[in-house]
Design a protein around this ligand. Structure first.
Ligand code: NAD
Length: 439
């Protein structure tokens, strides 16, 4: 039996042991899905606090219930360690490490490189490795493959199998999960695609193989670039509508009645999260090496990046109309997470809005039911106000940045002196309301 045949058999009988490198928003749900499918999964993460939590059967990711983790840990299906030597004893490895940007705006590949270096130390014959982190096309082949082949003299497609499979999880979403969102997989060779698909199809509902790792890498970037550009477009629509004196929310609602050829996007105070503001810049960076300027990406990024400044400018104008300078006014930012109903503040536009308001001399506080404390870009540590309604009553301006569902918007509207609603959280009640200005 060839190495490939033996490995596929181990995967299909769930005898192959699995390791997940990186136990964050992507890695932990994936570890749980593999554990629930019957694999023995070892999560490896340098963050000792996460490892300790998992060992105690505790989840630290909102979308993953603690009961599920506890059950898997008790059943011996989920283990966690900070020790990469655990890779010696597994056949299947999935890598879910961060891919942020450097301060210069270039891709920060250090996490993928360090995870690959650790993996390379313990590689052995009969392994399948899948990279899940969002990255530029060519990463799997150009960055990972040479390291994995060179360290132990193993040959890809023969001794081990390497593929890319983008994670598409949408935190906070309940209808589409890690389990049922179709999974694109592209291998370095055809055999790599086959082995990786054989593995993932044991645990995930639908697997969609493509012919190369690059096609899979690029598919993810198309998805996220599509979102980034459409958000940029609708943000620019909001700016244009304001100049024209037209209600952008009404325009969007009307356009969305078209049953075909239109997809609804909504404007807001800026892009946030680990993915949409960042991933397309991995592609534009890569294209520079081909002497190609990714113009749509650059333009959408420029518009989206400017939205917090635009919102603060509108708040300033609206206060001015009420005879108040922004300087010295009490501003309560409502919602700090980058999108509704989640506890993730990474790249949140709230941080920009708070920083810009403070720079103009406003007295800023914030409230978020999911984020009890935050550190601004300027390094200031803030705590969510303890009494929401009291803070609403006291504020000269409530700035709705993130429209969490748990907020009682009619009560907030009633209690507030003035609201700037950047998300249309108040809906029709905010329209033509003298107490409200909207994006
Ligand atoms: N969060 C999302 O919604 C989402 C969705 C789709 C894709 N992605 C992509 O998935 C990747 C991971 O994102 P995330 O949100 O899970 O990040 P995260 O920061 O929540 O988790 C990453 C984990 O990797 C660990 N880590 C760092 N270096 C490591 C190493 N060398 N070896 C092993 N573990 C290491 C960190 O300690 C952390 O626990 C990124 O490329 C991201 O763009 C994220």
């Amino acid at each position: 039996m060839s190495v490939k045949e033996k490995l596929i058999q181990q995967l299909q009988t769930k005898q192959a042991r699995v390791a997940i490198l990186g136990l964050g928003y992507v890695g932990l749900p994936l570890a749980v899905v593999f554990g629930e499918a019957g694999f023995v999964v070892t999560g490896i993460d340098p963050d000792a606090r996460k490892v300790e939590a998992l060992k105690q059967g505790r989840s630290y990711i909102q979308d993953v219930p603690t009961e599920k983790v506890a059950q898997l840990v008790q059943a011996g299906k989920l283990k966690a360690t900070t020790d990469f030597a655990a890779i010696k004893d597994v056949e299947a490895v999935s890598i879910c490490v961060p891919t942020p940007l450097r301060k210069t705006g270039d891709p920060d590949m250090s996490y993928i490189i360090s995870a690959t270096d650790e993996l390379a130390k313990y590689m052995h014959q009969g392994m399948v490795v899948v990279l899940e982190s969002t990255t530029y096309p060519g990463t799997t082949r150009e960055v990972m493959l040479p390291k994995l082949e060179q360290s132990q003299g193993l040959k890809v497609g023969k001794d081990f199998f390497l593929a890319f499979s983008p994670e598409r999880v949408d935190p906070g979403r309940e209808d589409w999960t890690t389990y049922n969102t179709p999974k694109v997989i592209g291998g370095i060779t055809e055999d790599c695609s086959e082995v990786a698909a054989a593995w993932y199809s044991q645990a995930l509902e639908t697997v969609f193989p493509v012919s190369s790792a690059e096609a899979a890498e690029m598919a993810k970037l198309l998805e996220n670039t599509f979102r980034m550009i459409n958000i940029g477009l609708v943000n620019e629509m909001a700016i244009m509508c304001e100049r024209l004196g037209v209600d952008v929310w009404e325009v969007i609602e009307a356009a969305a009645t078209k049953p075909f050829g239109f997809m609804k996007f909504t404007p807001g105070p800026g892009l946030g999260g680990h993915c949409i503001p960042i991933d397309p810049l991995y592609l534009s960076w890569k294209m520079k090496a081909f002497n190609y300027n990714a113009r749509f990406i650059e333009l959408a990024s420029e518009i989206n990046t400017n939205m917090p400044r635009y919102v603060v400018g509108r708040v300033m104008e609206a206060l001015n109309e009420r005879g108040l300078p922004l300087k010295g006014s009490k501003c309560l930012v409502l919602g700090a997470a980058y999108k509704p109903d989640i506890d993730d503040i990474r790249e949140s536009p709230a941080l920009d809005v708070i920083g810009l308001l403070e720079k103009k001399g406003a007295l800023v506080s914030y409230h978020d039911p999911y984020i009890s404390t935050l550190t601004t870009h300027e390094g200031k540590v803030m705590e969510s106000v303890p009494d929401l309604m009291q803070a609403v009553r006291e504020a000269d301006c409530v700035v709705i940045v993130t429209n969490h569902k748990v907020y009682d918007y009619p009560a907030i509207l009633k209690a507030a002196k003035f609201i700037f609603d950047s998300r249309n959280a108040l809906g029709k009640a905010g329209k033509a309301n003298p107490k409200v200005a909207r994006l």
